[in-house]
Ligand binder design. Structure first.
Ligand SMILES: [Zn+2]
Length: 142
């Protein structure tokens, strides 16, 4: 288990079990915003004991609750997971479905006028469009 992953989990008060470490390690090293199923596929052969789908789902929920990961919903009913927990937005390429990170500073002029009824804590923008010369997000590691 890498020290970085162990420290990351400890920092969030999560006991670094092998399955948590493997899942966190995978997500820290990808920008592809995988779904739970994609995480399951990617990590299923990384441990001596194979993980069940339920274990992967439960582990993802636990890591989201602890703040190690963020859940990103870019389409209804489909949660994706992101190890980049700082404030940022997402761009979805409509032809490939790939999800890209957009830095918070790149969207600075959003006017949130919701009146007195809603107190805004933060916001998350998902933009849909065409990504030009889209590299596979899995290839870029930020
Ligand atoms: Zn992201």
């Amino acid at each position: 288990m890498s020290t970085f992953i162990e420290e990351l989990l400890n920092k969030h008060g999560v006991k670094p079990t092998p399955q948590r470490a493997v899942i966190t390690d995978f997500l820290v090293n990808t920008c592809s915003h995988p779904t739970a199923d994609e995480v399951f596929q990617a990590v299923s052969d990384k441990l001596p004991v194979s993980l069940s789908r339920a274990t992967v789902y439960n582990t993802l929920n636990c890591l989201v609750e602890a703040g190690v990961l963020k859940e990103v919903v870019t389409e209804p009913g489909k949660a994706r997971y992101d190890a980049k927990v700082s404030d940022h937005h997402h761009f979805v390429d409509v032809s490939t479905g790939k999800v890209f990170d957009i830095e918070a500073e790149q969207i600075s002029e959003l006017k949130l006028d919701l009146g007195d009824k809603f107190k805004v804590h933060n916001f998350h923008v998902t933009i849909f469009g065409d990504a030009k010369d889209a590299k596979s997000p899995g290839e870029e590691v930020s």
